[in-house]
Design a protein around this ligand. Sequence first.
Ligand code: ZN
Length: 247
Amino acid sequence: MRYLVLTDIHANLEALEVCLDHARAQGYDRTLVLGDLVGYGPDPNEVIERIKALSPVAMIRGNHDKVACGLEQPEGFNAVARRAAIWTFEILTSAHRNWLAALPKGPAIVDEVIQICHGSPFDEDAYIFDELDAVRALKMSQRPLCLFGHTHYPVTFALTEGRVDTIGGPNSIDGPLMLMDHAKYLLNPGAVGQPRDGDPRAAYAIADTTAKRVDLFRLEYPFEATQAKLVKAGLPDVLAQRLAVGR
Ligand code: ZN
């Protein structure tokens, strides 16, 4: 089974479309969505429509999805994220707000090999940044491959014989991750719609459970179009600026 893995799309339609076109050429069977479909970006309704059309086999909510649909208040958000969340809440159709509110909380088991979560397998809102964070998550994960998002930072942690190692990181993806037997992995493919690792390209992955490999992709997309929409919507300038630098 080949899974298209999408996370942190953040209402960036241009980035999503480039990833979907590329993934179609690669070939995949099913789609997994790890949350934060909306928030920050200018096209929340359009992104939801695109994702619905993919009929994901597993999909969970992110922290921005909860706030954008009114399930939670943007209390922990900084001023820019809060502005964008309120704007998103107002522009979403009521049908899309209800659809977001019905998204399940992670983690979710996909099959014998894969589990998905937004932040971590023990707390949907927790961030996994380093090996210390990863240790607990790897022990808690119920499948050999746990896919996560939330940090907008592509990284893989591997647990082999009680030892945790970091694989990859920014700009160091050369070749697929091959899944070894008796190891556990925690993998963030990076954000589709708002990368923060200093590389502005959209990120996504294809996980192949038969071939036991995960391919990570970075793709250029016309972020100038997304920036123009953000400016037109009157959203904070920093949201447009960060797309050019991937921060
Ligand atoms: Zn996010």
